[in-house]
Design a protein around this ligand. Structure first.
Ligand code: SF4
Length: 716
């Protein structure tokens, strides 16, 4: 059909934190989408990657949940019912590679919405009454809108009087947020990725932007062509390293040592910004004392980067007029994630590289709404807008706003909730749009925890692996079947608009939350997400000035978004930091080795992550025709030298084992991985990478170690 006969709907890509603006061209006669186009917006410039352009047809999948489901009385014990996630199924190519509906569905029966919702409310209330508020927990989702995140945490906090509510930021940038709060008093980015164009020098640390933030990566490459120098620091030679002026292939888990070594040299060369340090930071003396021990020669031994390269990076960073650091999960997903981020904060602060265009700190957010879900309070220690649950006066403010008595203590995080369920603490769970049975570390442990729950309700678009443990499954709409707002990695709040009517009886998440709230005695009466947005803005000072009707086609950057004119604030901290005293707090960090080092039995270091074409546990992208066709099956990426030494060729099957599990999958020989390391994406149920990973966590950010554990590789 010609474009003129199609209906155009402007919305936002549902995948990564870049949040590209897109337009769907809808064929109303066929209730179908003809194609998607990028559209102008300061953060995406009409660009889309393969996921945004082709990855939306999962919405039309035959496998969509369309009716509430209740587990049959006879169907116990719970657990993965179909093609169990044993890890040895990598040889079997299953279209979509996902849950076998024919095996699973007989364990559930269809129900009306009233029956399913009544059962959810009754069982959660019973558990709450019998075992107390701490026995209830909720996992929300960064795939949902700001309004849904806000309502979900309000339901758990005000409805069940517990702060046991968290979401996938715990597995993503929790350590970055912890370090940023401590260091600069705000968990959000201090500048946008588009601001890289104003930088003399950008450091890209532990980020595979080409795969994980493809359109942001196009901004980095464009800036380089216009004169910005790029330094890439990553143990894996990701594609962005091919564009770097300096590439540092550090040994895995040595970030703290590397950045301490760079700062040691910056200080030695006298390239610190003394005025900035004196007027805008605290604790520089303690930092400098620790850095004294990190000579380039010592750091070279730890990181594998020669001392001259460390000196070169220090000189380039120290001499740059405007330097900016972008980082990804190679920094955050470590047991030392908070320390890694502390070093990056110190790198910027001691050189005065914060608070001006082309400078600053930017943890590149993973999911399209992980920034917004965190802002809206899906975090156990913070109410909306990062207001601590245990700070003086804050709880009282929210009690007044919500009309309920609230818990005075921080709740449990994702990883702590799993541990609590195993010990009989958490008994009832509400899971909205999360799939921890594939996404969390050491999933054999997650299996035991989910099986141990007395009651689990899963709300999702598809029958996920986690839904196989559920007592009740509630069918939700996809992003294109509802209205809502989403906040991208830049702090840009954008409108997602409804494109099509919901499938079957599926309902928007915000309506389902409201239905449950009303049944447990927490009145909610919103008729549209815009009403939730108004309430959310009223309790979130940083969102002040934002209005649902004035977000327009391009959205606005908080804070200080003028509702009528301004695009919002690009650069934070031009005059003071967000800390109580307005200073950047410099926190020294000592390098510590990873928790599980290679041994004779497990000689390889495993790194996990994502591919360009897939998204998290694959529930959406593996049901998208084009994306599944490009990347249909799991692989372990190995260095050519290691593969040759072991007599393994590209495409051969191998068995990868850790102390926690074993998977079988094909090898992809890759010059991007160093000898002694391997990389496995975590999208694939039939060779679930998280059967192997270790569930050790960062003590402050509580984020698990997804980037370093010891494995063995054998021919299968
Ligand atoms: Fe979507 Fe991210 Fe790709 Fe943009 S870069 S189209 S937001 S996946």
């Amino acid at each position: 059909r010609p474009r003129a006969e199609l209906r155009q709907v402007d919305t936002v890509c549902p995948y990564c934190g870049v949040g590209c603006a897109l337009t769907f061209n809808v064929d109303d006669e066929r209730q179908a989408i003809a194609y998607a186009d990028g559209r102008p917006q300061p953060g995406s410039h009409s660009r889309l990657c393969v996921k945004g352009r082709y990855g939306w047809d999962y919405s039309f999948s035959e496998q969509r949940l369309a009716t509430p489901l209740i587990r049959r009385e006879s169907s116990y014990p719970k657990g993965p019912l179909s093609s169990d996630v044993r890890g040895d199924e990598g040889r079997r190519r299953k279209p979509g590679g996902l849950v076998d509906y024919d095996e699973v569905m007989p364990h559930f029966r269809e129900a009306t919405w009233d029956e399913a919702l009544d059962l959810v409310a009754t069982r959660l209330k019973e558990i709450h009454a019998a075992s107390g508020p701490g026995s209830i927990a909720g996992f929300g989702s960064a795939k949902c809108s700001n309004e849904e995140a806000y309502l979900f945490q309000k339901l758990i906090r005000a409805g069940f009087r517990t702060n046991n509510v968290d979401h996938c930021t715990r597995l993503c940038h929790a350590s970055s947020v912890a370090a940023l709060f401590e260091g600069v008093g705000s968990g959000a980015v201090s500048t946008t990725y588009g601001d890289v164009i104003n930088a003399d020098l950008a450091i890209l640390a532990g980020t595979n932007t080409t795969a994980n933030h493809p359109v942001a990566s196009s901004f980095f490459k464009q800036a380089r062509r216009r004169g910005t120098k790029l330094i890439v620091v990553d143990p894996r030679r990701e594609r962005i390293a091919d564009h770097a002026d300096v590439y540092c292939q550090i040994k895995p888990g040595t970030d703290v040592a590397f950045y301490n070594g760079v700062m040691h040299e910056v200080i030695r060369l006298g390239l610190v910004d003394r005025e900035f340090i004196a007027s805008r930071t605290s604790n520089y003396g303690e930092l400098a004392k620790v850095l004294r021990e990190y000579t380039p020669e010592r750091v070279a031994q730890i990181t594998g980067i020669d001392a001259d390269t460390i000196r070169l990076v220090a000189r380039l960073w120290g001499e740059a007029n405007a330097g900016v650091i972008y980082w990804g999960m190679g920094i955050s997903q470590h047991t030392t994630g908070t320390d890694n981020a502390r070093c990056l904060i110190a790198m910027c602060a001691i050189t005065g590289n914060v608070g001006r265009h082309g400078t600053g700190l930017h943890p590149l957010r993973g999911q399209n709404n992980v920034q917004g879900a965190s802002d809206a309070g899906l975090i156990p220690m913070f109410y909306p807008d990062y207001q601590p649950v245990d700070a003086d006066g804050v709880r009282e403010r929210f009690e007044a706003a919500w009309g309920r008595e609230l818990d005075a203590n921080p709740g449990l995080t994702v990883t702590e909730i799993v541990a609590s369920a195993l010990q009989g603490g958490v008994r009832g769970m509400y899971m909205m749009g999360e799939n921890p049975f594939l996404s969390d570390p050491n999933i054999n442990k997650v299996r035991k925890a989910l099986s141990a729950l007395n009651f689990l309700v899963v709300q999702d678009v598809f029958l996920t692996e986690t839904a196989e443990f559920a007592d009740v499954i509630l069918p939700a709409t996809t992003f294109m079947e509802k209205d809502g707002t989403y906040t991208n990695t830049d702090r840009r709040v954008q409108l997602g608009r409804k494109v099509l009517e919901p499938r079957g009886d599926a309902r928007p998440d915000w309506q389902i939350i409201q239905d449950i709230a009303n049944r447990i005695g927490l009145p909610m009466d919103y008729s549209h997400p815009s009403e939730v947005f108004d309430e959310l803005v009223s309790v979130m000072p940083n969102y002040g000035g934002l209005h649902y009707d004035n977000l327009g086609l391009t959205g606005k950057l908080y804070p200080n978004a003028d509702p009528l004119h301004s695009d919002g604030t690009v650069v934070l901290f031009d005059e003071r930091f967000g800390t109580d005293d307005g200073l950047a707090h410099l926190v020294p960090a000592e390098w510590l080795p990873a928790k599980e080092l290679p041994s004779d039995d497990y000689p390889f270091i495993l790194n996990t992550g994502r591919l360009l074409e897939h998204w998290h546990t694959g529930s959406m992208t593996r049901r998208s025709f084009a994306l599944d066709a490009i990347q249909p099956e799991p692989h372990v990426f190995m260095n050519p030298g290691d593969a040759e030494e072991m007599g393994i060729g590209d495409g051969d099957f191998v068995r990868v084992s850790s102390r926690r599990g074993t998977i079988e999958l094909r090898v992809r020989v890759s010059h991007r991985d160093t000898p002694g390391t391997c990389f496995i994406p975590f999208h694939f149920r039939e060779a679930a990478a998280n059967l192997l990973t270790i569930d050790e966590i960062d003590p402050m950010g509580k984020i698990p170690e997804f980037k370093f554990c010891a494995v063995r590789i054998e021919r299968a």
